[in-house]
Design a binder for this molecule. Structure first.
Ligand SMILES: Cc1cc2nc3c(=O)[nH]c(=O)nc-3n(C[C@H](O)[C@H](O)[C@H](O)COP(=O)(O)O)c2cc1C
Length: 359
């Protein structure tokens, strides 16, 4: 019998008649991510533990607040990255296209989902090719770091990046997701040296990201020593990949590891503080459960250079580019109002604010 949560999320109901296991998995991830089954239930990001001291006399014009910033040499109209999500399936192509159009209209950065499927299934490459729709945005490819133990090295990564016209590549670290996935890749041994060789062997930036469990200070220091150009914390409190894998797990076929580890991870705000203690200078993207512009403002005040969202953009991305633009603009207006109410007229001023306190 099928688990009711899997049924509710549409898990296992592939639209194609015969579906390859990787494509089926990607389709399941989208279906579960659209439901509450993908969320942390108890662990919070930690941003609620901080408040801004309100400024009743901001001495600013709200409409003149400047959100623009630079990231890895790219000028952005706001400190925002559309997080890596998908590709490789029909819905993934729609999602990537709509996200790319929105990124171009808003002048933001964008990540693509894991491109491994394009090597095993070259016919899926088109679902990642959005450069024509987003000629001016910083665009980043994506690959699991564990794939460095499965034949991927600098040559293969160069090929992945050039196949989508990207400016660099996110290497994702997802040991928990792989561990709880029955078909997961489990050999994470020896990756530090391979990450260092990759960073030294390609002419574009390699960025390291978690996928919802956060980066610790010591991990960040190792990655920076290996040569990565930026870190995306992707901490706990938003999307729980362990829960997503748990929801894909058929009822009654043994212990559901994904559910057991559903609350595992370093809350995003704590991860940000730990990473900034060991790595004060590396560009940092805060992500994982940022659900409004106030949390984004707090993340930047705590030392993030960019903020990033994944799951909240999924449903708008299935709808239209306009829906994505609306969702992000709402969020950016919240960021702008938070900056206004603490008297920070620019991202530099927000980073330097002394008005963020612990509750
Ligand atoms: C449907 C979906 C697919 C994702 N696929 C990838 C992926 O292929 N590679 C990756 O690095 N992260 C992937 N992520 C993780 C996100 O980039 C992000 O790190 C994580 O979801 C936390 O952000 P959130 O709480 O805003 O969702 C995916 C997230 C979602 C919701």
């Amino acid at each position: 019998m099928t688990d009711p949560r899997r049924r509710a999320a549409g898990v296992g109901r592939a639209t194609m008649s015969v579906m390859d296991p990787i494509a089926q998995r990607k389709q399941d991830h989208i279906a579960v991510s659209l439901s509450a089954a993908a969320d942390f239930r108890h662990v919070r990001t930690g941003f609620d533990d901080y408040s801004f001291i309100h400024q009743a006399l901001p001495e600013l014009d709200l409409d003149a607040i400047d959100l623009s910033t630079t990231f890895l040499g790219h000028r952005l109209r706001a400190p925002f990255l559309i997080a890596s999500m998908t590709g490789g399936v029909d819905k993934g192509a729609v999602i990537n296209r709509n996200l790319a159009i929105a990124a171009q209209r808003l002048g933001l950065a964008m990540g693509l989902g894991s491109q491994r499927i394009t090597v095993t299934h070259p016919g899926t490459l088109g679902s990642f090719q959005v450069r024509d729709l987003a000629p001016d945005v910083p665009l980043f490819g994506n690959l699991g770091a564990v794939q460095l133990n499965d034949g991927f090295g600098p040559d293969e990564v160069r090929q992945l990046v050039s196949s989508v016209g990207a400016d660099g590549l996110f290497l994702h670290l997802n040991p928990l997701q792989e561990a709880v996935q029955p078909e997961g890749d489990r050999n994470f041994a020896g990756l530090q040296a391979k990450i260092a060789a990759l960073c030294a062997g390609v002419p574009f930036p390699i960025l390291a990201k978690e996928t919802g469990c956060g980066l610790a200070g010591d991990t960040a220091a190792v990655l920076v020593a290996a040569g990565v150009s930026a870190l995306d914390l992707s901490g706990a409190g938003g999307t729980s990949w362990s829960r997503i894998e748990g929801a894909r797990h058929a009822a009654g076929d043994g212990e559901n590891l994904g559910e057991v580890f559903g609350e595992w991870g370093i809350p995003t705000a704590i991860s940000l503080r730990l990473v900034r203690e060991t790595c004060p200078h590396i560009p940092v993207i805060a992500s994982g459960g940022l659900r409004d512009g106030i949390a984004a403002a707090k993340a930047i005040a705590l030392g993030a250079d960019l903020v990033s969202l994944a799951k909240p953009l999924l449903a708008p991305a299935l709808e239209s580019p306009e829906a994505v633009v609306r969702a992000i603009e709402t969020w950016l207006q919240q960021l702008r109002v938070a900056m206004f109410c603490i008297g920070a007229g620019s991202i530099a001023a927000l980073k330097a604010t002394t008005r963020l306190v612990t509750r």
